[in-house]
Ligand binder design. Structure first.
Ligand SMILES: Cc1cc2nc3c(=O)[nH]c(=O)nc-3n(C[C@H](O)[C@H](O)[C@H](O)COP(=O)(O)OP(=O)(O)OC[C@H]3O[C@@H](n4cnc5c(N)ncnc54)[C@H](O)[C@@H]3O)c2cc1C
Length: 388
């Protein structure tokens, strides 16, 4: 068993750490205040090759894999969740295309993500169907060689910046809950009938919009079906393989929050001594550090597994544990770190209130903590995670 990163990944981690400290950290507060998409950071990620990390070399990426993207996101998330989400979005919509798309789809839609010429977003959720995805009502009906899509997707990250969308729709009866009633499509932003609807006002991660994608009788060529008609399983494979990438946002945020609070308590005094010298504070720091390291190991293992293609059903508990634990830790650590600053932590002079607001979305997106617990529980009951 080896715990060392390869020389290439260690170099990537060092590069991202420097870039995050020098270029991302100074922008974090302004991104939150202005709620503007940080195009400068996107350009920086393109120039440094980070938009192609998880994309294979033959498709124009660098082939650093899910572990490479995980490491990069961890560094960036120490300072800005919006910036980390921009990197995550290079994999969320491209995942299903890389898993099940044909060569032409991969060349046409995945390569421009690697080069930064295009962006993409992922449309699974609908107003009445979040955790319960089979309740989706977006409909695709066959018309000659094409499909006609109608419906509304919601809470879609990066909806306004995207050039294309990975959209799931019912190709079977709309009331059906059978997995073979759902199909994945690639839908281009420029096609007639495709529109961005309401954009959400959010608690955190304000640099990247979430909002509605409205599909009104959109004609989609059959060539843009990803994988098989009736392939809902693809949504789950895509999301399973994303678990370490979301988890990376959590561990990065937790590390950033704790590091900030530690430096603060080392210089703040109360009762004629440094706050850092109180045993109660040291034990809190130790407890959070232990949880962060546990979450890091779970996240790296999950990324390593996903890169080996271990994201089918039998591996789900390992992947979901990483997402569940790392994102819950992010919420816990950001809250405890804010507390260590007292009133200062509550004010915008320090970044802790921003970490605290940003953390909460992580336990909701891409499968809530409760959904992850359900998946882990079923995995244990089925002995996919078992110790015997
Ligand atoms: C900032 C943000 C960005 C997002 N980006 C995207 C995106 O890019 N693309 C996309 O498709 N979606 C996106 N989403 C949507 C996200 O995936 C859903 O919010 C999530 O799946 C939960 O669905 P819901 O909000 O409808 O909650 P609901 O399903 O209504 O659940 C409400 C509560 O009930 C709990 N619950 C539900 N079912 C169970 C159960 N069986 N057992 C126990 N508890 C349960 C949930 O855990 C939750 O706490 C985003 C959401 C947010 C907040």
């Amino acid at each position: 068993m080896l715990f060392d990163l390869s020389p290439e990944l260690a170099e990537l981690q060092a590069t991202c750490r420097k870039l995050a400290q020098e270029r991302v950290a100074p922008r974090a507060r302004e991104i939150d205040t202005t709620e503007e998409y940080p195009q400068d950071l996107f350009d920086l990620f393109v120039d440094t090759g980070l938009t192609g990390l998880c994309i294979p070399e033959e498709l124009g990426g660098s082939g650093a894999g899910i572990l490479g993207l995980t490491l990069a996101i961890e560094e960036v998330a120490k300072y800005s969740q919006s910036a980390a989400l921009m990197l995550l979005l290079t994999r969320l919509a491209t995942g299903p295309v890389m898993i099940a798309g044909n060569d032409e789809q991969q060349r046409r839609y995945v390569t421009p993500i690697a080069t930064g010429e295009q962006r993409a977003a992922f449309g699974l959720s609908e107003p009445q169907a979040g955790s319960d995805v089979m309740g989706m009502r977006t409909r695709a009906r066959r018309d000659g060689d094409d499909w006609i899509l109608s419906g509304t997707k919601c809470w879609m990250s990066g909806v306004r910046q995207a050039d294309w969308y990975c959209v799931f729709a019912k190709t079977g009866p709309v009331e059906s809950r059978a997995h073979d009633s759902v199909t994945a499509f690639i839908v281009e932003r420029s096609w007639p009938g495709v529109d961005v609807g309401r954009v959400d006002k959010k608690m955190g991660v304000r640099g990247v919009d979430t909002g509605e994608l409205v599909l009104d009788e959109v004609r989609v060529p059959a060539a843009n079906v990803i994988g098989e008609v009736g392939g809902f399983r693809l949504a789950m494979l895509g999301l399973n393989s994303m678990r370490p990438i979301v988890a990376a946002r959590g561990i990065g945020l937790a590390e950033g929050a704790l590091m900030y609070a530690v430096e603060y308590v080392k210089q703040r005094e109360a009762f004629e001594q440094r706050i850092a010298d109180f045993q109660g504070i040291q034990w809190k720091i130790a407890e959070l550090a232990a949880e962060i390291e546990a979450a890091r190991l779970l996240t790296y293992r999950a990324a390593w597994m996903a890169d080996r293609g271990q994201f089918t059903k039998e591996w789900v508990p390992y992947l979901s544990i990483a997402k569940y634990y790392a994102t819950e830790i992010a919420v816990k650590v950001s809250g405890e770190a804010l507390q260590m600053l007292g009133a200062a932590g509550y004010m915008q002079d320090h970044p802790l209130e921003l970490y605290y607001r940003d953390a909460k979305q992580l336990t909701i997106v891409e499968g809530t903590s409760q959904v992850q617990l359900g998946l882990i529980g079923r995995g244990v009951l089925d002995h996919h995670l078992w110790w015997d």
